[in-house]
Each structure stands twice: as structure tokens, then as C-alpha cells.
Design a protein around this ligand. Structure first.
Ligand SMILES: C[S@@+](CC[C@H](N)C(=O)[O-])C[C@H]1O[C@@H](n2cnc3c(N)ncnc32)[C@H](O)[C@@H]1O
Length: 328
């Protein structure tokens, strides 16, 4: 039976030298801190790949899982049968896609790091069958940015690592190769800038947005010098705590993302841009809205179903939720 990613990581990484993993984790944190493309391959040896898997893979997996959930809420007809995971590393996005879409029958993970790929393949042996049977292909996007054909391309925590105009070329290549593209980056101003550039490029190619945007006009947050992101809460694994320390049992992974596809989707009325603020008898929602603007909506108890829906709304959710009688 397939293990959860957390259990699969424990099964594979348990015997690793903890001190070597801690040192490699500290180095990776330093490499990723600036958000700028690393000067050399970050996952350059087996211990760096193991450290990445232990301290980052649960978070990138949780982020991609949430992004896919939001995309499926807007486009319930999404049912990819094949995936190319671009810069897929140890395969976090491939796990998330396999779990979200049972129809997926073929997975290819492309990455420049042989150590990340071979560790990813070992972890995947304990995972969903389609991930266990994935192709793990060594490919340096700086040398060749062409991608194999697939229904879905995931580009997860990769664009920010690529130099010069390579992010643009990789987005163009994904448009040529796939029918749906999911770009995920850290929810920082820099991560958002990469996502926003990808959004503009995907729209420029005549594609349509699925999530998070409720419209295809200019992004009002980018125009205001703000950045669109959300926080995904996940439990810290025992392994993670051993490597990074910290008392909290959870972490909040900040994420910026865009999912787009060739066909239009029925976009929602809005999207929640911050943690909603609840006061006695009212909820204040900061929203991106279908008319292309960002503005607050205060929902009061007098609004009945809309108020009850607002009390359950979370940062990043569509608004109003479909299937409720919360419309105006
Ligand atoms: C931060 S990791 C993300 C890994 C995985 N997608 C995830 O979400 O956990 C960035 C990945 O991009 C890969 N990468 C960086 N530059 C690359 C290039 N020029 N060609 C192919 N892969 C590259 C790295 O080897 C690494 O595995």
C-alpha cells in the first residue's frame, strides 16, 4: 500500500547522518534566502538532495496540493492523464498531482540534479503507483528548454532559480507542451514577481486563467506594488524539527501561484486576499474581484447565509464559495 509522503520520507531518510543533514539544510536555507537564482546547482550532492527532501518537500507538496484544490474548485472538469513536472527535483509536485487526480496514468519528472532525481525515485517507490512508476529524466533547462508533451505541466519552486530570460522560455515551452500549467513560487515579492510574469506570458499566449485570479485583467495587486499570496499551514514532521529546530508543531508556507489552461474556465466572483477579520457580528474580507479591482467587503450578520459563508472563508479561498446560497 502507498505511504503518505511524510511516512515515505521517514522510511527513506531515517538512516541518514543527522549532523550532515543539518549542515546541508543550513546551507540550503542560506542559498534560498535571497530568492535569487543560485550560482551553482543547489542540490549538488546526495546529502543536499536528502536535506531538501526532509526540510522542504512536505511544504512544497502541501503548497501544490492546495493550489490544485483551488484549481479543481474553479475547473471541476480538470482531469489530466499525464504530467510533466518541470524542475521536479525529488518529486513533491508529482506526489501532489497523483493524489489530486486519480486519472493520471503517466508522470515524468525533469530536473538538472541527478542526486535529486535518484532520491526522488527512491522516495516514490513507497508512493502512489503512478509516482512509483514515474520517469525521472535528467535535463538541464539552460541547455534545452523544450518539454515533453503532457496534459499538465507543474513548475513548482523553479522559475525563481532560473537565470535571465529562461523563466519566460520555460513558460513558453510549457504552453507548447501542455494543456494546463501550474506555476508555484514562494509567497514573497520576488516569488510573486515570477508568478506575475508567468501570468502575463500565459495570457499573452491566448491562454485562460483558472486560479487564483477571478478575472483576466491587469493584476490590481501588482499595480499597487503589493504581492498576491496565501499561507498554507502544515504540520512539521519530526524529521523537519530535528533538522531545523523550532518549537512550533506547524509552519505556514507562503505561496504565490497561477494555474492556466488553453480553454476558458468559469471564474469565481472573487478571491480572499488576506486572513478574514472577524468582529462581533461582521466579517471583513479583502477581495480580488471579478471586475479586476481589489477591495474590502464587510459581511454582516444580517446577511444570513452570506455571513455564515464568510465566517468559514479562509485566505486564498474563492468568494463566495460555490454551492452556497451566499450570493448577494
Ligand atoms: C527549489 S527546487 C524545487 C523542486 C520541486 N519542484 C519542489 O517543488 O519541491 C528547484 C529545482 O529546480 C531544479 N533546477 C534548477 N535549475 C535547473 C535547470 N537549469 N534545469 C533543470 N532543473 C533545474 C533544481 O535542481 C531543483 O530540483
Amino acid at each position: 500500500m502507498a505511504l503518505t509522503l511524510t511516512r515515505a520520507l521517514e522510511a527513506v531518510l531515517d538512516g541518514e547522518d543527522a549532523e550532515a543533514l543539518r549542515r546541508a539544510t543550513a546551507r540550503l536555507i542560506e542559498v534560498y534566502r535571497s530568492g535569487a537564482p543560485p550560482e551553482e546547482q543547489a542540490l549538488r550532492d546526495p546529502v543536499s538532495a536528502a536535506a531538501y527532501a526532509a526540510y522542504r518537500m512536505p511544504a512544497t507538496h502541501a503548497a501544490v496540493s492546495r493550489v490544485l484544490r483551488y484549481a479543481m474548485e474553479v475547473a471541476p472538469d480538470l482531469a489530466p492523464r499525464s504530467l510533466v513536472d518541470v524542475g521536479g527535483g525529488t518529486g513533491a509536485a508529482a506526489w501532489a498531482v497523483a493524489e489530486a487526480f486519480p486519472e493520471v496514468a503517466s508522470v515524468e519528472v525533469l530536473d538538472a540534479s541527478a542526486d535529486a532525481l535518484s532520491l526522488g525515485a527512491r522516495i516514490a517507490r513507497n508512493g502512489p503507483p503512478v509516482v512509483a512508476g514515474a520517469r525521472w529524466t535528467r535535463a538541464d533547462l539552460t541547455v534545452n528548454s523544450l518539454l515533453p508533451q503532457a496534459d499538465l505541466a507543474t513548475i513548482s519552486y523553479v522559475l525563481g532559480e532560473l537565470p535571465g530570460d529562461l523563466p519566460d522560455r520555460v513558460v513558453d515551452a510549457s504552453v507548447a507542451a501542455a494543456g494546463v500549467v501550474a506555476v508555484v513560487e514562494p509567497g514573497t515579492p520576488r516569488g510573486f514577481a515570477a508568478v506575475h510574469a508567468a501570468r502575463e506570458r500565459l495570457l499573452g499566449a491566448g491562454w485562460h486563467l483558472v486560479a487564483p485570479c477571478p478575472h483576466e485583467d491587469a493584476c490590481p495587486l501588482a499595480a499597487a506594488g503589493d504581492w498576491c499570496h496565501l499561507a498554507v499551514r502544515l504540520d512539521r514532521t519530526a524529521l523537519h524539527r530535528r533538522l531545523k529546530g523550532g518549537a512550533l508543531g506547524h509552519e505556514d508556507e507562503k505561496v504565490s501561484y497561477v494555474v492556466a489552461r488553453r480553454e476558458p474556465a468559469a471564474l469565481p466572483g472573487g478571491r480572499v486576499l488576506r486572513h478574514p477579520v472577524t468582529r462581533k457580528g461582521m466579517v471583513r474580507l479583502e477581495l480580488c474581484r471579478a471586475d479586476g479591482t481589489a477591495a474590502a467587503e464587510v459581511v454582516s450578520k444580517r446577511q444570513g447565509p452570506r455571513y455564515r459563508a464568510a465566517r468559514h472563508a479562509g485566505w486564498g479561498d474563492r468568494w463566495p464559495p460555490e454551492g452556497t446560497d451566499a450570493a448577494d
